[in-house]
Design a protein around this ligand. Sequence first.
Ligand code: HEC
Ligand code: HEC
Length: 487
Amino acid sequence: MKALISILLFSSLTTANAGSCPEKTPQEWAEFFMSKTATIIKDNYPSRYYNGQTHDELKQIAEDCAATFQLNGVNQCADRIIQRSKLRILEDDNDHSMGWEVSDSDYINAVPQGYLDLPDEFKDGLPDNYAEIAKNKGWKMLEYRSRTVPNPPNRSFSRVLFLVEGEKVDKWIQFTLPESSEKKEQLIDFIAMEKPTSPGDKATPYYTQYWRDKQSRNPKMRTQGEFDNCYSCHPNGMRELSPEPGSYSSEGADNLGYMRQAMKNYTVGRGSVDYKGALHPEQYGPPMGEGQGCVKCHNNGQGMHQESRGAINSRTDSGHIQHKMTQDMTMPVSMIPMEKDFFDFMNDIPKLLTETERKNLMSVTARYKWNQGAMYGAIIDWMKANDKIDKEKERSLRFTLNGHPTYPNCEDQPDCFKGLKRYNNYLSTMKNDYPEQYKAWLDEGCIELLPDSQQSTVNDGQRSQGFLESFSDFLNDDEDSSSEEGR
Ligand code: HEC
Ligand code: HEC
């Protein structure tokens, strides 16, 4: 099916004088394409080096050889590689700043009328009485500090996010807030999420950004070439909020919980979102994290797991993968009760503190802005020093964070737990595994064109299996993983 679509695509590009397809046997074509895959990978993972010559060459071959490939059976081999190369060209194209496969203006023009309109109350920016407005309107509101994304123009981490729920679409509207009174902020991030209407249906996200003037007024939608690349950080439509612990009020803690659940509801049991053809996630390489258990959930909605969702792939911002694994430490996702307790505790910190105490804590966390991996430890220290938790709670939080002191040599003991921090080293294994996994994926359709003797030496794409042994519990895809085996 996929092959068919791209044949149609190729032939529509074929010009009248396309007769210059080089003469090669299917085996020679397979060798030719496989000789290009390393370059294509280098161009999007882990670096973003752009080898224009290779992409231009492949584009030309796609135009000249579409008919030939269809006749001689090479299309199975050519298809994936050429398509990935074509998509790579678009990734650097200024008219595709949002990162879709259609241009920014085509993308915005295709959004149903009204979806990306700001509510009247926000037509001139953020009014001073925004909290009151949200309350009167029944909009959920969360004022928080992001752990990861410094927004332009002043690199602010402060945000206020509104959830304006509607029958057909929910509008998620996020204003960047100033970090000091003399600074004015300009960005508004906006996702309109069209809700699924039937059991087989998927939610569709529509993205945009507005830019306010230097007085934070008069928001105008950004135009072609000016946007951020949403998909690179939002592989599943919405992006789970990961605020700095304690950076929101006690009421905010309730709204955070509500918003997280609302985000989850869009995809749970449906697997990922529907980009309505603006992007084809399955064409950007195999899902990353095969050997680390990530693909159980991050699989483009292909898996059986009820958390099945958008894959991590060559388009995913590597800094954000790193953040989820080594800094906020929520990935691979936490499922054992001890870990759940840990994150519930961090989420609900504002409920244990007065506003003054909360500000004090924030001045401590601020010191860890660039060392997020150490932030949880510092928070536990502060909570204990200020008598917010007892010795028992402190012990259990530290244990969850650090694991058993002699891990992994504690096998004979009941509490031989790895600890959230120790999952950090999966990151490098995962990153190192990926290029080979990626190459195997690109080469997949070419290998069968090689003579038998060559196939066995190339086709060992499953090499990451060995790593799984220490992990087998987790990968036993049991749906009911609320037991001890999770994570
Ligand atoms: C560099 C990574 C990155 C990019 C690029 C990015 N986002 Fe986000 N976005 C995030 C993160 C992370 C969050 C969650 C809040 C937090 O913890 O900072 C988020 C949250 C949001 C939210 C609040 C609702 C939610 O999903 O959590 C909106 C709205 C949003 N982004 C819109 C956009 C739009 C529109 C684009 C593209 C024009 C975009 N973002 C590009 C990282 C990114
Ligand atoms: C059991 C399911 C599950 C597993 C396994 C899992 N994740 Fe996730 N992942 C999620 C969910 C659910 C979210 C949304 C955030 C949340 O709920 O904490 C998420 C969010 C993320 C995000 C932010 C982008 C997004 O999809 O919203 C990244 C990056 C990520 N995970 C990376 C990983 C990596 C890397 C691994 C493997 C080391 C992994 N995850 C394993 C379920 C999972």
